[in-house]
Design a protein around this ligand. Structure first.
Ligand SMILES: [Zn+2]
Length: 255
C-alpha cells in the first residue's frame, strides 16, 4: 500500500459517541482510564453543563507522556491554530504538568497515542469529567491537520458531510464503501449546519474515504457544479472552519 493510498484509507477519523463505542475502543478506553485514574480525582461520571463555554477555564487538553518531542510539537501547533479562533481559553498541558494542576480542571480531554479507527477518534463536544481524544501513532497519520480535526470534534463540531442538509450538496456512493463502514457516512440529525456547505473544511472527508478501492471508487462526490470533494483531506482550516470555532466557543451569534 503506498503512502497516498494509506492516507486515503486512514486519515479520516470516525467520530465516536459514547453509545457507539465498539468493544476494541471500549477496552482501550478502560485501559487508559485505569492508567490515568491515579491522576483523576473527580471520576469520569461527572457531568455539568456539557458546554465548554460555561467552563471557567475553557477547554483543557492533556497530552500523554508517550508522545515524543516531535509529536508534542505538532499537538502544540494544532492547539495554537485552534486557539487563534477560539473565544474561550484552549489550555494545553503535558501529563506531568496536569499532575500538579489537576484540582483546577475537573473537566479535561486526555490525548492518548493509541490504535484508532482511521487516524484518530474523539468524542463530539464536552462530555464532562475525563474524556478521550485518541491519535494513531503512525507518523503518516499523526499530522497537525488530524489533530486539529479531532480537537474540533472535542469543541462540538461534527463532520461536514454529516450535516443535515448534505444531500443537497453531495452524493454518498454506498456500494463503494468498505463493508461495515456505511454508518460512518450517516447524517448527524439534530445538529447545526453552520454557514454554507464547505467542501474546503478540515472536517470534510476526502473523495475516497473508506473506499473499498481507494483512487478508483469514490465514496463521496459533489452535486454542485464547479465544486469538488477533495481527493485528500484538506490540510488547512477553511474560513468557515475558523468561523465555526469562533461561533461554537461563543464569540458571535450563529448567523
Ligand atoms: Zn472526524
Amino acid at each position: 500500500m503506498d503512502f497516498r493510498n494509506f492516507n486515503l484509507a486512514t486519515v479520516l477519523c470516525i467520530l465516536f459517541v459514547s453509545f457507539l463505542l465498539d468493544p476494541v475502543h471500549a477496552a482501550t478506553n478502560s485501559n487508559v482510564e485505569a492508567t490515568h485514574s491515579k491522576l483523576s480525582r473527580h471520576g469520569r461520571s461527572l457531568r455539568m453543563n456539557k458546554s465548554w463555554t460555561k467552563s471557567s477555564y475553557g477547554v483543557v487538553f492533556v497530552y500523554a507522556n508517550s508522545f515524543n518531542q516531535h509529536e508534542q510539537h505538532k499537538i502544540k501547533v494544532a492547539a495554537g491554530e485552534i486557539r487563534k479562533h477560539s473565544c474561550i481559553p484552549i489550555v494545553l498541558l503535558s501529563e506531568s504538568q496536569w499532575n500538579t494542576q489537576s484540582r483546577r480542571y475537573p473537566h479535561y480531554v486526555f490525548i492518548e497515542k493509541n490504535r484508532a479507527v482511521g487516524c484518530g477518534q474523539a468524542l463530539v463536544g464536552m462530555r464532562g469529567g475525563f474524556q478521550l481524544l485518541t491519535l494513531s501513532p503512525d507518523p503518516r497519520c499523526l499530522t497537525v491537520v488530524t489533530i486539529m480535526h479531532e480537537m474540533m470534534h472535542t469543541l462540538g463540531i461534527e463532520h461536514e458531510q454529516s450535516r443535515p442538509d448534505r444531500n443537497q450538496y453531495i452524493h454518498i456512493h454506498n456500494p463503494n464503501i468498505q463493508t461495515g463502514y456505511q454508518n460512518v457516512f450517516n447524517i448527524a440529525y439534530g445538529t447545526t449546519a453552520y454557514g454554507p456547505y464547505d467542501f474546503d473544511s478540515v472536517m470534510h472527508y476526502g473523495r475516497y474515504a473508506f473506499s473499498s478501492s481507494p483512487n478508483h471508487l469514490p465514496t463521496l462526490s459533489s452535486k454542485v457544479p464547479g465544486y469538488f470533494v477533495p481527493a485528500y483531506e484538506n490540510s488547512n482550516l477553511s474560513d468557515w472552519d475558523k468561523r465555526k470555532i469562533n461561533i461554537i466557543t461563543g464569540c458571535q451569534a450563529d448567523s
